[in-house]
Structures are given as structure tokens and as C-alpha cells.
Design a protein around this ligand. Structure first.
Ligand code: HEM
Ligand SMILES: *[C@@H]1O[C@H](CO)[C@@H](O)[C@H](O)[C@H]1NC(C)=O
Ligand SMILES: *[C@@H]1O[C@H](CO)[C@@H](O)[C@H](O)[C@H]1NC(C)=O
Ligand SMILES: *[C@@H]1O[C@H](CO)[C@@H](O)[C@H](O)[C@H]1NC(C)=O
Length: 452
């Protein structure tokens, strides 16, 4: 009897201790973890963060915690305790130490949709290889020599199809970016095939922004189903291309697109690896670039002075003698104000709000220790929208990017590459950073010179 009492007392105090350490507020001095609140066990703060991202103003989630705990804090999202960083130096440290102290680690709801062989989730040497392969298909000389003419042609083709009455800009922007990536990946011109695939992508992408309950009637369940269909469609493309390659081995007749490079990769990628890679690349370049296109137009409409200045910059090109109706590389390179508009849109409205990592050992950052195996979220959005880094940080002001403008930017910020990281950095720097800028510039060019 006594033994039972003692052991249950012991059990109780043991449970209490666990509860105290895991779910109470951390005392930073004892554990040296960033301070914070872990929320309810299991559900944690995921629901709060998902609901925050679905509202007009997603900032309160971070604002409230930064005010209470400081720029590094601990919270509980996607089923795990997670350290949130809203500090530019800590974010840089996290990005640069990818593969050493940190590794990419996305919630399983996201990795199930992307597939484990997608570049975003790949690790080690294979990641290095395929990251540089992706870069070599989207670097500036490739864009200049091969991609720009397709980009220009496909953008004009899309604008030609606009009817006089109503155009849903976001939908058209999505069509354009999807068609461009399909072309770049496997040389298909837009048509019924790409449009059907895109319909499945719409469902797939909704899954990223939903609560991950895997039932057939949920948004997430539909996304998983759509993923299967997309993978099926890509699988038949891969098989067909392998067959073609076997039949005609003369390299001169082979297509020079990304799929070909993946098939010829000397480490011998399997069909499944190629499919995951392509599927994820179509996700990566799609929603991101099209949202920036749409929101740039929204902000410009709300800022008539900026729109007028942008129009003037682009009309200078169309009135040049050599202008053929298409935007040339040299023209693209002489659009300083357009680049300011793109940067400012990326700063205030990037849908990639930050990146997820996991520590591979105990890591000390800013005087705190994050234990091995913990989730970390480096929030770019919190830095981009903080008053300490950008004056009137939540206002759209493209002029702040002009080098001679001291009035609208705090002196240190513009040109400080730690602060502005819409494309991430380090070994996982977005391989599409130049490509998406070119796509957005070409889109804006034809939009403002054709429509009022
Ligand atoms: C406005 C447009 C875009 C934004 C804001 C953006 C942003 C980002 C960010 C922040 C990352 C880093 C993720 C991480 O570190 O975990 C990333 C990775 C990536 N992006 Fe983009 N991206 C854009 C467009 C594109 C385009 C057009 C492509 C197509 C080529 C692309 C392909 C990728 C790929 C494949 C990765 C994974 C890289 C890796 O993990 O090694 N992105 N992107
Ligand atoms: C771009 O990639 C190609 C290979 O696709 C390579 O030959 C070229 O040197 C690269 N250019 C730059 C500027 O890195
Ligand atoms: C826009 O941001 C990029 C970093 O992504 C930077 O290299 C570039 O100089 C910026 N452009 C302007 C006009 O400030
Ligand atoms: C300085 O800014 C003004 C607009 O504020 C612009 O017209 C001018 O071209 C800029 N000059 C330089 C050198 O960037």
C-alpha cells in the first residue's frame, strides 16, 4: 500500500516536471532557450498561425510575440516546439549554415505534397548537384540567350487572349507562370494538356494553405488526390521521353530542356526522383511569381505616381527605333524603376514568409541555445515589415529602393543584404531568383504599354 502511494507520488511529480519543462513558459536563464509560450500540447499554435495566414493581416501572430518576448521566441506550430527568428543576423546565420548546423525540414503536410525527392527536401551531395543543375537552367546567360524570347512570346500570347470586359488578373498571371515553367521543363507549348495539368495544380496548392486532415472531403485530401494525378501525368511524359531517347540516340535531335538534363544526369536518377523534382519545380515557380505579378499591379493601381513613372520608363523603350514589339535583354537591363517596384512588392507581399529548418546539433544563436533536433523558422516577412529596418515598413514605397533617396528609407537598410532575403540565401538560395524577376518585368512591360 505504502509502496503504491510512494510510486504514484513519484509518478505524479515526474509528470509534473515533464509538464513544467515542456509546456510552461520557459525561463530563459535556466534553459537558455528563446522565451515563449508553447501553447496547447499537440495542436499548439498551428491553428493560430494558419488562421493568421488566411486573414488580410497575418502580422498579429508575430507582432504580438515579438513585443512580448523579443526577436527570437519559442512557440508550438505544426505539432512541434519551434524557435521563430525575426532577427536578420540570426536569419543569415541559419541560411548560411544550411547543411552544417541546420537542415531543411518542412512539416510533413508540406513534404507529402511535394514528394521526398523534391529539391526543397533533398539533402547532401545530390542536393548540391541538382541545385546547381537548376541554377544552370535559370542563370542570366541562359535567360538572355534562350528563355527571354519564349517568356516574351508567351506573355504576349496571353495578353492577346484577354477579352474586353473582365479579366481576372491573378488567374492570367498564374496561367503565364505555369506555361513558362512547363515550357522550360519539357518544351511543351501551352495547350489543353498544360491547362488540364494546371487545374490539378490549383487543387494541389490549396493543400499547402489548409489544415492537413487527410480525408477525401477536405481541402488537404483533395490536394493529395491532385498530387497523384499530376505525378501520373508527369510519369507518362518521362517514360515517353526515355523511349524517344532510346530510339534516336543522335544527340543533335534531342531536346535541350531540363527534363533532358535530368535524364542524362550521370548519377542515374529514377523516374520517381525526376517526377518529384519536376512536380516541385512547378510548385516553386508558380504561385510565388504569379502572386508578385498580381500584387505589383494592385499596389501600382493604388499608387498612381508610381504607375505613371513605370509607364514612362517602359514607353521610353517602345518609342526606340529598334523596338520590335518584344522586350530585349538590354531593355530589361535598363529598367531601374521596374526593379524598385519588384523589390518593394517582394518586400511587402512575398507569400514565402520564411523557411523551416531543423538543428543538427545544439546551436547557440544570440546567446540562446537551441537543442539538437529542434524546428526553427527563419521569418523573412517579420524582418521585411519591421519599422526598425524599413521606415514606414508597411507602406508600399518603391522609391525607397532608389540609391539617391534618403528620405524614405532608414539609412542602413537598403543595400544591406542581410535584411532583404525574399529568395532565401546560402546553399538553398532560390534558383529562380533572376528568372522570376525577368518574368515579372516582361509582364509589367506589356501590361503598362498596352493597357491603361
Ligand atoms: C517571386 C518568386 C519566387 C520567390 C519569392 C521564391 C522564393 C524562394 C525561397 C525563399 C526559397 C528558399 C527555400 C528554403 O531555403 O528552404 C526558394 C527555393 C526554391 N525556389 Fe524559389 N522563389 C520564387 C520563384 C521561383 C521560380 C520561378 C523557380 C523556378 C525555377 C523557383 C524554384 C525554386 C526551387 C527549385 C527552390 C528549392 C531550392 C533548394 O532547396 O535548393 N523559385 N524559393
Ligand atoms: C549558366 O549556365 C550555363 C550552363 O547551362 C553555363 O555554361 C554558364 O557559364 C552559366 N553562366 C553563368 C553566368 O553562370
Ligand atoms: C533588389 O533586391 C536585390 C536583392 O534581392 C538587390 O540585389 C538589388 O540591388 C535590389 N534592386 C534595387 C533597385 O535596389
Ligand atoms: C534620383 O531620384 C529621382 C526621383 O526621386 C530620379 O528622377 C532620378 O533619376 C534619381 N537619380 C539617380 C542618379 O538615381
Amino acid at each position: 500500500m505504502e509502496l503504491l502511494l510512494i510510486s504514484s507520488l513519484l509518478l505524479c511529480s515526474f509528470l509534473f516536471l515533464i509538464f513544467f519543462f515542456r509546456y510552461s513558459r520557459f525561463s530563459p536563464r535556466r534553459l537558455r532557450l528563446p522565451p515563449g509560450n508553447l501553447g496547447l500540447p499537440f495542436v499548439g499554435e498551428s491553428l493560430q498561425i494558419i488562421s493568421a495566414y488566411k486573414t488580410e493581416n497575418p502580422e498579429p501572430f508575430i507582432d504580438e510575440r515579438v513585443n512580448r518576448y523579443g526577436s527570437l521566441f519559442t512557440t508550438h506550430v505544426f505539432g512541434e516546439p519551434t524557435v521563430f527568428s525575426t532577427d536578420p543576423d540570426a536569419n543569415r546565420f541559419i541560411l548560411q549554415n544550411e547543411g552544417k548546423l541546420f537542415e531543411s525540414s518542412y512539416p510533413s503536410s508540406i513534404s507529402n505534397l511535394l514528394g521526398k525527392h523534391s529539391l526543397l527536401l533533398m539533402k547532401g551531395n545530390l542536393h548540391k548537384k541538382l541545385h546547381s543543375l537548376t541554377m544552370s537552367f535559370a542563370n542570366s546567360s541562359i535567360i538572355r540567350d534562350n528563355l527571354l524570347s519564349d517568356i516574351d512570346r508567351l506573355v504576349r500570347l496571353n495578353l492577346d487572349s484577354w477579352s474586353d470586359d473582365r479579366v481576372f488578373l491573378q488567374d492570367e498571371a498564374k496561367k503565364i507562370t505555369f506555361e513558362l515553367t512547363v515550357k522550360q521543363l519539357m518544351s511543351f507549348d501551352p495547350g489543353e494538356w498544360s491547362e488540364n495539368l494546371r487545374k490539378e495544380y490549383l487543387l494541389l496548392i490549396e493543400g499547402f494553405f489548409s489544415v492537413p486532415l487527410p480525408f477525401f472531403f477536405t481541402t488537404y485530401g483533395r490536394a493529395i488526390k491532385a498530387r497523384k494525378k499530376v505525378a501520373e501525368a508527369l510519369r507518362s511524359v518521362v517514360r515517353e521521353r526515355r523511349k524517344d531517347d532510346e530510339e534516336c540516340s543522335s544527340s543533335s535531335r534531342k531536346k535541350k530542356d531540363m527534363l533532358e538534363a535530368l535524364l542524362e544526369e550521370e548519377c542515374g536518377l529514377s523516374d520517381e526522383e525526376i517526377i518529384d523534382f519536376m512536380l516541385a519545380l512547378l510548385v516553386a515557380g508558380y504561385e510565388t511569381t504569379s502572386t508578385i505579378m498580381t500584387l505589383a499591379v494592385k499596389f501600382l493601381t493604388e499608387t498612381p505616381l508610381a504607375l505613371a513613372q513605370l509607364k514612362e520608363e517602359h514607353e521610353k523603350i517602345t518609342t526606340k527605333k529598334h523596338y520590335s514589339g518584344a522586350l530585349q535583354w538590354n531593355d530589361y537591363k535598363s529598367l531601374p524603376f521596374t526593379q524598385c517596384v519588384i523589390n518593394e512588392t517582394l518586400r511587402v507581399a512575398n507569400i514565402i514568409s520564411g523557411v523551416f529548418r531543423r538543428t543538427t546539433s545544439d546551436v547557440t544563436v544570440k546567446g540562446f541555445t537551441i537543442p539538437k533536433g529542434w524546428k526553427v523558422f527563419a521569418s523573412f516577412r517579420a524582418v521585411h515589415l519591421h519599422q526598425d529596418h524599413y521606415k514606414e515598413a508597411r507602406t508600399f514605397n518603391p522609391w525607397r529602393w532608389q540609391s539617391n533617396n534618403s528620405a524614405s528609407s532608414s539609412s542602413s537598410s537598403i543595400g544591406n543584404s542581410n535584411l532583404f532575403t525574399p529568395f532565401g540565401g546560402g546553399p538553398r538560395l532560390c534558383p529562380g531568383y533572376e528568372l522570376s524577376r525577368v518574368e515579372i518585368s516582361v509582364f509589367l512591360h506589356h501590361l503598362v504599354t498596352r493597357f491603361s
